[in-house]
Design a protein around this ligand. Structure first.
Ligand SMILES: Nc1ncnc2c1ncn2[C@@H]1O[C@H](COP(=O)(O)OP(=O)(O)OP(=O)(O)O)[C@@H](O)[C@H]1O
Ligand SMILES: [Mg+2]
Length: 253
């Protein structure tokens, strides 16, 4: 079934980034990076391993210090989004995956105010139930330790957590890399549906250039920590731009 992509007007951007520079280990990873993240749009970030895609998302969620400016237009005061306004699915969990915590505990950690050693409230789980169902996490996984989940199952759980409460801005770092091929299309449709129904602005890192023109409004091509091309997928994912972003081997043959 073809994915139906909402047509979006360009209003004021959801995020404006100007002259962004981020150092990691004393080395510049992002340099002089400027772009706008269109409100209500699905923006895909593409580029080679190590070019700075995750660093960009992690900077947006406040993990790294930076110079330059990042201006958000979500939240009440339109400058400092609270966690409620932004959903984020990292490329990998930064907690020790062998910690003896279950999916239910993870839900408690994310949703309730008191420590989970007092128990995970049924209310917290009930609140997340629609999101879990939507992303295809069956109730049978609730009591599975997180290190027992498959990569795709963990990514689905993380996406459900990012969807409750409903975010204005959803940042997804390779959200479908663990999702099996038969579900890729369903996953892409789900993102288009989320964007469609509530106008959620979505930024996702993807290596799947073949499907982006079906469901992304805008593509940012990153190379060496800089944006070297951006625009609508049909305009940007040309053999020339792909060769520039990924090197000539990417379009050979
Ligand atoms: N502490 C550090 N010190 C020095 N360099 C670092 C440090 N942490 C990360 N880097 C480098 O930053 C660069 C960007 O990393 P990042 O995770 O943003 O890449 P990416 O584009 O998301 O790659 P991938 O497609 O593999 O996920 C990499 O070259 C990485 O080696
Ligand atoms: Mg990455």
């Amino acid at each position: 079934m073809p994915i139906s992509l909402a047509v979006r007007d360009t209003g004021p951007p959801m995020v404006s980034i100007r002259g962004l520079r981020v150092l990691r280990g004393g080395r510049p990873i992002l340099s002089d990076l400027s772009c706008d993240i269109g409100r209500g749009k699905i923006t895909a970030i593409v580029g080679l391993n190590g070019c700075g895609k995750s660093t960009l998302l992690r900077t947006l969620v406040g993990e790294f210090a930076y110079t330059g400016s990042i201006t958000f237009a979500c939240g009440e005061d339109h400058s400092r989004p609270r966690p409620d306004h932004v959903g984020y699915v990292p490329q990998r969990l930064s907690i020790e995956s062998s910690l003896p915590i279950t999916v239910r505990d993870l839900i408690g950690l994310a949703q309730q105010r008191w420590p989970i050693f007092f128990g995970v409230s049924r209310r917290a789980v009930r609140k997340l139930q629609p999101a879990l169902e939507r992303v295809g996490v069956p109730p049978s996984l609730l009591d599975v330790p997180i290190d027992g989940l498959s990569g795709g199952q963990l990514q689905r759980v993380m996406l459900a957590l990012a969807l409750e409460p409903k975010p204005e801005l959803l940042l997804l770092d390779e959200p479908s890399s663990g999702i099996d091929f038969k579900d890729q299309q369903g996953f892409n449709s789900l993102l288009a549906e989320i964007n469609n129904e509530s106008g959620t602005t979505i930024v996702l890192v993807s290596h799947d250039l073949n499907t982006l023109n079906q469901f992304a409004h805008h593509v940012l091509c990153l190379r060496g920590g800089r944006i070297i091309a951006e625009g609508a997928p049909a305009d940007v994912l040309t053999p020339e731009a792909i060769a520039q972003t990924f090197g000539p081997a990417a379009v050979a043959g």
